[in-house]
Design a protein around this ligand. Structure first.
Ligand SMILES: Nc1nc2c(c(=O)[nH]1)N[C@H]1C(S)=C(S)[C@@H](COP(=O)(O)OP(=O)(O)OC[C@H]3O[C@@H](n4cnc5c(=O)[nH]c(N)nc54)[C@H](O)[C@@H]3O)O[C@H]1N2
Ligand SMILES: Nc1nc2c(c(=O)[nH]1)N[C@H]1C(S)=C(S)[C@@H](COP(=O)(O)OP(=O)(O)OC[C@H]3O[C@@H](n4cnc5c(=O)[nH]c(N)nc54)[C@H](O)[C@@H]3O)O[C@H]1N2
Ligand code: SF4
Ligand SMILES: [Mo]
Length: 727
């Protein structure tokens, strides 16, 4: 085994010889994804945000030398944001992980080792922990930023192959609320819209969504709307998007639920309910209607801080709209009552019949390039293909489809991200494998020393320099977007294809191939005989999706996807509808047993940590600029992107508060909360209300401060509200 692995890996970064092809074949890696594109150009989707823009890579000797937006791709129509234009630059960074790195216990340093050694240690350490402490003791944390085929492999390997009980993804930080809200209300995690809806509405409502910064190309789609639409932004901050809107509702932070219930009540009072739609396609409206009576205009305006005039204008816009679309992002999903808030948006769409028609919908916009792939195929909280671990029929179907014994499939859901980290804190989880996420930076209210409690931490990343990799016992070097193939699913449910247009540096391997090797070293590759290449796994995903709302059995292969300009799920075998834009629920039938959508609601709860005399400010966090991606591991590698964004942590503060505290622009201050403190420079701006401050999430100090509270249904962290002080 050792010599095979080493021959294979030594040659990996070299040119593709007939020998290597044979070795890969012998090793079971099958069809060689390492083949570089022969064409002069290659079309692929972007690897940053969930918009899923089409890009054209311009190739020389099979390697990409430049990128441009694809004019024919139905998503972006020739547009791209700065990250898309600069997407090749992070691949060439000096801190790429190029060999496995193992921590030397005597020096405490990470030192290069070969793959064979790395994977033997991986297997020995994790197996020893599992033998000694049982299946709870080792877990993984995944991502929404690797391909669907890789996510499926990681989940299947972790649960069915290695016998781990617990694995979750960074999608928990991001989309868990939408998943639960949709599942409970619609019967399946099914965002209903297509991007054409941005252009076809006459009223668009954005709740907790800063589209101009976070999804700039989707904002371009809004700008193509020819109906002179009313654009309403609900955000405590006057963001770039709020400034460009026709109405900005600058509500008190986390007063959304009251606003949305108050809006429902006002629409009921005005007789604006689509009674026929409600009767035919929903359940629970009468109870909902009784419940919202208490949210009078008085109560609503008092709680949200809105004027009566602003509230009335807003309600009238929804009442008069012929095609109203309701969009939401992290201002909703990251909250202490997030699921019910998302459902309060869904309720408005249902009661006004704004769903299933052009320009309508209760529409959660996803974040990472493959958040949707993670939701449907990662085997974390859903069984692969949007199935349920707790449902014996689903387990049987998947066992049969994958050709694995049914006993390999856990009968319970795994712990969520926060529960896994609580397990680490409590010493129950002793081994953790982190793939394509930077937990030490991005997790809420993090404790610097949490990961050091682990007996064995493996980090699989394209860089060895991340905050998380720096704490690892073992670093596995991963190829990045552009260096491998597979598929991503964007916000409007569209599968798009990735291409290999660059060689991974050194011995870095595609995550797919790392999983393949691990299955071999672990001794469970017998379960994965068919999992030889991303293309082969795509065929497996198709089979797992059969009969589900996300059925994609009608998509042939990557070539089909490429020629069609991506394909939205569902696309079952025999699908006749080849339109480039497709939305769900046009027939009014939902995925619940009675085919009706549910009105779900609950009394609003006070925020867990309101500001007080000691910590008088409300701290909000989120995206800072369109040139910065999350923890900056990628975007900070580009000179261009660095020039387009601030280089240090800053705190946005209202001029009134700055004056009262005698703060001047650029001054260094300490922001503290009950969890910790960080330094930031003062940015005086009226975009935040008096009493609120805002920190971008891109710098490591921010999550020293945030409050580790999660929504009770989705367990998504509430990154956007806690009490803070400035000194
Ligand atoms: N440039 C860039 N683009 C990105 C990303 C990135 O890192 N950089 N990340 C991607 C990912 S993974 C995601 S999930 C998306 C996130 O996209 P967005 O959700 O649009 O981004 P955020 O800035 O996190 O949050 C949106 C807004 O929520 C507001 N907010 C805070 N509290 C509340 C509240 O109580 N109520 C309401 N209504 N609003 C509130 C904030 O002021 C903020 O303006 O962006 C994606 N796109
Ligand atoms: N305060 C605050 N915190 C937040 C948020 C907020 O609004 N406020 N938002 C939350 C949200 S919505 C999100 S999505 C998370 C994001 O948080 P993270 O997922 O931690 O952010 P990234 O920087 O995107 O981390 C991705 C990691 O994967 C690596 N990587 C990239 N491509 C590949 C690949 O192909 N293979 C492998 N193996 N590695 C790869 C990158 O180098 C990077 O280290 O942050 C959350 N944290
Ligand atoms: S909007 Fe998103 S998908 Fe499009 S180019 Fe920018 S980062 Fe890439
Ligand atoms: Mo996200």
């Amino acid at each position: 085994m050792k010599s095979t692995a080493n021959t294979l890996l030594r040659q990996w970064s070299g040119p593709l010889s007939a020998d290597l092809v044979r070795t890969l074949g012998n090793f079971g890696l099958g069809q060689v994804p390492a083949r570089l594109m022969p064409d002069a150009t290659a079309k692929m989707v972007c690897g940053f945000c969930s918009t899923g823009c089409g890009l054209t890579a311009h190739l020389k000797d099979g390697q990409a030398i430049n990128l441009s937006p694809d004019p024919d791709y139905p998503v972006n129509m020739g547009m791209a944001c700065p990250k898309g234009w600069e997407a090749l630059t992070p691949l060439a960074a000096h801190d790429r992980a190029t060999t496995p790195l193992l921590r030397n216990p005597s020096t405490g340093k990470l030192e290069p080792c070969d793959w064979d050694h790395a994977l033997q240690v991986f297997t020995l350490k994790f197996k020893a922990l599992l033998d000694q402490h049982g299946p709870d003791s080792v877990a993984w944390i995944g991502t929404g930023q690797i391909t669907s085929e890789e996510l499926a492999f990681l989940g299947a390997l972790g649960k069915f192959g290695m016998g781990l009980r617990h694995g979750d993804g960074n999608t928990r930080q991001c989309m868990a609320t939408s998943v639960v809200a949709y599942k409970q209300s619609f019967g399946f995690d099914a965002p209903p819209y297509t991007y054409a809806d941005f252009e076809q509405s006459d009223v668009l409502m954005f709740v907790g969504s800063n589209l101009c910064v976070a999804h700039p190309i989707l904002w371009q789609r809004v700008l193509r709307n020819k109906n002179s639409p009313e654009i309403i932004v609900i955000d405590p901050r006057r963001t770039e998007t709020a400034m460009a809107a026709t109405q900005h509702l600058g509500i008190a932070p986390k007063s959304d639920l009251v606003l949305l219930y108050g809006t429902a009540q006002a629409l009921i009072e005005r007789g604006a309910v689509q009674q026929e739609y409600v009767a035919a396609h929903t359940t629970g409206f009468d109870e909902f209607s009784n419940f919202v009576q208490q949210f009078t205009a008085e109560v609503t305006c008092k709680c949200t801080g809105l004027s009566h005039a602003a509230f009335e204008k807003f309600v009238s816009s929804i009442e008069r709209g012929k095609a109203v679309s309701f969009w939401w992002t992290m201002g909703v999903n990251q909250g202490h009552e997030a699921t019910r808030t998302a459902q309060a948006i869904i309720n408005l769409a249902l009661m006004t019949g704004n769903i299933g028609r052009p320009g309508t919908g209760a529409n959660s916009i996803t974040g990472q390039c493959n958040a949707m792939g993670s939701r449907l195929f990662s085997n974390t909280t859903n069984l692969i293909g949007g199935h349920e671990f707790t449902n014996p029929e689903h387990r049987e179907k998947i066992a049969h489809t994958l050709g694995i014994p049914m006993e390999r499939i856990p009968t319970q859901n795994s712990w969520a991200y926060d529960q896994i980290l609580d397990g680490v804190q409590a010493g129950v989880i002793k081994g953790l494998w982190i793939v394509a996420t930077n937990t030490a930076h991005s997790w809420i209210g993090k404790h610097k020393d949490l990961l050091s409690k682990l007996e064995f931490l493996v980090v699989q990343d394209m860089y060895s320099s991340t905050d998380t990799a720096q704490q690892a016992h073992l670093v596995l070097p991963a190829a990045a977007w552009g260096e491998k193939e597979g598929t991503f699913i964007n916000s409007e449910r569209r599968f798009g294809v990735l291409k290999k247009v660059a060689r991974a540096p050194g011995q870095a391997l595609a995550d797919f191939n790392i999983f393949r090797l691990i299955s071999h070293y672990w001794g469970c590759d017998g379960l994965f005989r068919e999992w030889t290449s991303p293309q082969a796994v795509f065929q497996i995903l198709k089979r797992c999706s059969a009969g589900q709302p996300c059925d994609i059995t009608g998509i042939e292969d990557y070539r089909h996807l490429e020629h069609a300009g991506g394909i939205q799920w569902p696309y079952p075998a025999g699908a006749q509808d080849n339109s480039r834009e497709r939305r769900l629920f046009e027939n009014g039938r939902f995925f619940t047993p009675d085919a009706k959508a549910r009105f779900l609601f609950e009394p609003p709860k006070p925020v867990p940590e309101p500001p007080d005399a000691e910590y008088p400010f409300t701290l909000l966090t989120g995206r800072g600029s369109s040139a910065q991606w999350h923890t900056l591991t990628r975007t900070d590698k580009s000179d261009v992107l660095r020039k387009l964004s601030p280089s240090k942590l800053y705190v946005e503060i209202n001029p009134r508060d700055a004056k009262r505290l005698k703060l001047s622009a650029g001054q260094q201050v300490t922001i503290s909360t009950r969890r910790g403190e960080t330094q930031a420079s003062v940015l005086i701006t009226a975009t935040v209300q008096p009493g609120n401050i805002f920190l971008p999430m891109h710098f490591e100090g921010t999550n020293k401060l945030t409050l580790p509270v999660v929504d009770p249904y989705s367990r998504q962290p509430s990154y956007k509200h806690c009490a803070a002080k400035i000194c």
